[in-house]
Design a binder for this molecule. Structure first.
Ligand SMILES: NC(=O)c1ccc[n+]([C@@H]2O[C@H](COP(=O)([O-])OP(=O)(O)OC[C@H]3O[C@@H](n4cnc5c(N)ncnc54)[C@H](OP(=O)(O)O)[C@@H]3O)[C@@H](O)[C@H]2O)c1
Length: 338
């Protein structure tokens, strides 16, 4: 167990970084020693609410050369994450990597290899795992309250008019699964303990009218590794409030987000509602960064492997790549990818 405070650098001083810095500052086991971004003014704006003695960098190599930096939170645009992971792992830095961690299978494997070779701790940015509802559902499934699962669905619908430009170009965004839908895929895998065996996906021609280069609404049927069936849907445009929905149906109960129906409570004629906070907003102010970042620091201090390290996140990303491939080629795709 390491005793001294872990020196943290935040790289990419934008929206998500504002959630990260708040959580790092609140954790007594670490100290924010550096912030970096394209522009110094973004770093200064990120630091403004805090009285921190943090260095400012606009060059990633110089940030990595800082001997006070033990860990880096990668908060830059999507297309940079994998290459930055390779560099930072090579420099021996522990990594909190925002999702998507990579935009292609080749990039993903290179990042995994670099992390394996260096032995650094990684946590991928699937912050929804720390939402109270997700933790409750995981426990409900783990104690077998739903019985044998035979259906598991996940949906992520989120339109933000002010999404940054890099999320609108195919080369820097990836796809709607990689922009947002991956959160729901990760959550249903985490809660259910199931793995995806095969997907068959379709894309709707919507996106250009919102300024996106790619189709922004996709739906898929899923075959899980225990024979269960399910659906994944995602849209990052459209006239809809934010929706993050998980459904689980089993031989002894069913869950639709907060609504539960359990065989062990026979008097219940209807679903009853769990009194816990769900994943109800796309706003990073409401994301569970406190839980995620406390976990990251704890993993570094204790040397424990994270339940959402890069290798685990790689499974979510392979599913996203398979969904994109399926929609593109109009055929089912089996997992894991070769
Ligand atoms: N886990 C979650 O729930 C969640 C939520 C939101 C976002 N995210 C992820 O976080 C990442 C960032 O998203 P965001 O919404 O925070 O975007 P954002 O507000 O645009 O912030 C991105 C930051 O990266 C900086 N940057 C851009 N290019 C750079 C480069 N070449 N080198 C260094 N810095 C660079 C920008 O620079 P300047 O400001 O210095 O010009 C900006 O401050 C995305 O991958 C997104 O998917 C995750």
């Amino acid at each position: 167990m390491r005793e001294s405070a872990i020196g943290v650098a935040i790289w990419g001083a934008g929206w998500v970084a504002s959630g990260h810095i708040k959580a790092f500052v609140a954790n007594p086991g670490c100290r924010v020693v550096a912030v970096g971004s394209l522009r110094e003014e973004s770093c200064r704006a990120l630091l403004a609410p805090y009285s921190l003695d943090a260095a400012i960098y606009t060059d990633f190599e110089r940030l990595l050369d800082d001997p006070g930096v033990d860990a880096v939170a990668i908060c830059t645009p999507n297309q940079l994450h994998a290459a930055e992971t390779v560099k930072a792992a090579g420099a021996g830095k522990h990594l909190l990597i925002e999702k998507p961690v990579a935009l292609s299978l080749e990039e993903l494997r290179a990042a995994q290899e670099a992390v394996r070779a260096s032995g650094v701790t990684t946590v991928a940015g699937f912050v929804v795992r720390w939402t109270p509802l997700i933790q409750s559902l995981k426990q409900i499934v783990a104690q077998d309250d739903l019985g044998r699962l035979f259906m598991a669905n996940a949906a992520y619908w989120s339109y933000r008019a002010n999404r940054p430009d890099f999320q609108r170009a195919r080369a820097t965004a990836g796809s709607p699964w990689l922009v947002g839908g991956a959160h729901a895929i990760d959550a249903i895998r985490y809660v259910s303990g199931l793995e995806v065996a095969e997907v068959s996906a379709f894309a709707a021609p919507v996106g250009a009218e919102y300024g996106y280069e790619y189709d922004c609404a996709h739906a898929a049927t899923v075959r899980w590794n225990n024979g269960a069936v399910g659906t994944f849907t995602t849209t990052i445009v459209g006239h809809t409030p934010y929706q993050f929905d998980l459904d689980l149906v089993g031989t002894r109960g069913a869950a639709r987000n907060k609504r539960l129906y359990l065989d062990r409570l026979p008097s219940e004629a209807e679903f009853f509602e769990l009194p816990v906070a769900g994943q109800d907003s796309s706003d990073v102010v409401q994301h569970a960064f406190g839980g995620e970042i406390d976990h990251f620091i704890d993993c570094i201090r204790t040397g424990r492997r994270s339940h959402v390290d890069l290798d685990e996140a790689a499974i979510d990303h392979e599913i996203c790549f398979a969904l994109d491939q399926s929609a593109r080629d109009h055929r089912p795709v089996s997992l894991p990818l070769a």
